[in-house]
Design a protein around this ligand. Structure first.
Ligand SMILES: *Cc1c(COP(=O)(O)O)cnc(C)c1O
Length: 376
């Protein structure tokens, strides 16, 4: 994982958060409305009272750090992002621990990836202090919105877009960075039940030299039609193959994939440049290695996967990402095949690594790798 040194103690987080001026809303959600939203959080549907915001111009750099009332953005119709899609985002969560403290998971990795995405999309790089400061300032302001139910959290969505009013094609001279927050429960409405996957052969989400390893909205836009077609074929999600040969596994539209072999070895597609380097992916590689599994980052042929599922040498397949954590894949279908993975239920390795990861995130297990950062 490409990480920069973490910010360390709560004092430096406080210093970073204090750079944000608090302009509190005069119309927060009524307590009853907030309580109702927290009782049944559905992914990405309800947002907290505030948002964090920083402005960038080529002349003044990053400035005007503030936490302000959550609300609509006023965009000129000629704003660059609406025409050329110069936009990037991140996704991470704030977890409330049993003692009431609030933590986030490897935020320095998200900050580093956000800077790398910015470089690829010719957007300005946000300093790591501002990335973490914005998150901490928003979470501290809207702490009442962090749900406490099992497997619930406050999902944080940092993003940046080209805000210059200009239709010419060149990198923007103005940008906005924002963080919004949404109380969430399980990502898939059905909970941790296995999902079915359609392997797309005619569409790709990213190609060599493209933006596949940047977290940008454009990659998602390219994945929506194949996702819709997968749905029409009776599958929940789509898995993409490499654009050059359509033979090797890459990832889902928004999650990385792992394959578990009958002998305990685990494989995941190597980072080729067209795959997004997930924080969950790298954490799982570490946890599985700690548990004694041999984990290979390599080319995985689709033909190897279908053969392995037929002859029983591949016993589990799962997807992973911050939003859904670890999702078992119970069925894999594509042109000319429709295969059940294992017995179709969640496999033992999948279930164990999911529990290990969430136990660390929710403060139920020792954070032996120093992955958690306290926010308050
Ligand atoms: C965000 C994302 C992931 C998962 O990354 P995490 O850091 O684990 O949340 C995987 N693939 C794509 C395409 C993504 O955008």
């Amino acid at each position: 994982m490409t990480t920069t040194p973490d910010l360390g103690d709560t004092e430096s987080v406080t210093r970073a958060a204090d750079a944000f001026e608090l302009r509190r809303t005069d119309a927060p959600a009524p307590d009853a409305e907030r309580a109702a939203a927290l009782a049944h959080p559905r992914f990405g549907t309800v947002f907290t009272d505030h948002m964090a915001r920083v402005r960038w111009t080529s002349t003044d750099g990053w400035h005007d750090r503030r936490v302000e009332k959550y609300g609509p953005l006023l965009l000129d119709p000629a704003t660059a992002v609406l025409h050329y899609g110069q936009e990037i985002f991140e996704g991470l969560k704030a977890y409330r621990h049993p003692d009431g403290s609030v933590w986030t998971f490897r935020p320095e990795a998200n900050a580093a990836r956000f800077a790398a995405s910015a470089r690829r999309l010719a957007l300005p790089e946000l300093p790591q202090e501002d990335f973490l400061g914005a998150i901490a300032a928003l979470v501290r302001t809207d702490a009442a919105w962090i749900p406490t139910g099992e497997e619930t959290s406050l999902y944080l969505r940092p993003f940046m877009y080209a805000s210059e009013k200009f239709l010419g094609v060149r990198p923007t001279l103005e940008a906005e960075f924002l963080v919004i927050a949404s109380p969430v429960g399980p990502y898939f409405a059905g909970g941790v039940a296995p999902v079915s996957i359609w392997v797309a052969e005619d569409y790709h989400r990213a190609g060599p030299g493209g933006t596949g390893n940047a977290k940008c909205g454009g990659n998602y836009a390219a994945s929506l039609l194949p996702q819709q077609e997968a749905y029409a074929k009776g599958c929940d999600q789509v898995c993409f193959l490499d654009a050059a040969t359509s033979t090797t596994l890459e990832e889902l539209g928004g999650m990385n994939v792992f394959v578990v072999h009958a002998d305990g070895r685990v494989s995941t597609p190597a980072l080729t440049g067209s795959i997004l380097e997930g924080v969950t992916r790298s954490s799982i590689i570490r946890l599985l290695t700690d548990a004694g599994h041999e984990v290979a980052e390599r080319r995985i042929l689709l033909s190897e996967l279908t053969t392995g599922l037929r002859d029983g040498s591949i016993v589990e397949v799962f997807a992973c990402g911050t939003a859904a954590v670890v999702t078992p894949i119970g069925r894999l279908a594509g042109e000319g095949f429709d295969l059940t993975v294992g017995d179709g239920g969640p496999g033992a390795v999948t279930t164990r690594v999911r529990a290990e990861l969430t136990d660390i995130q929710y403060g139920r297990a020792v954070d032996r790798h120093g992955w958690l950062q306290r926010l308050m």
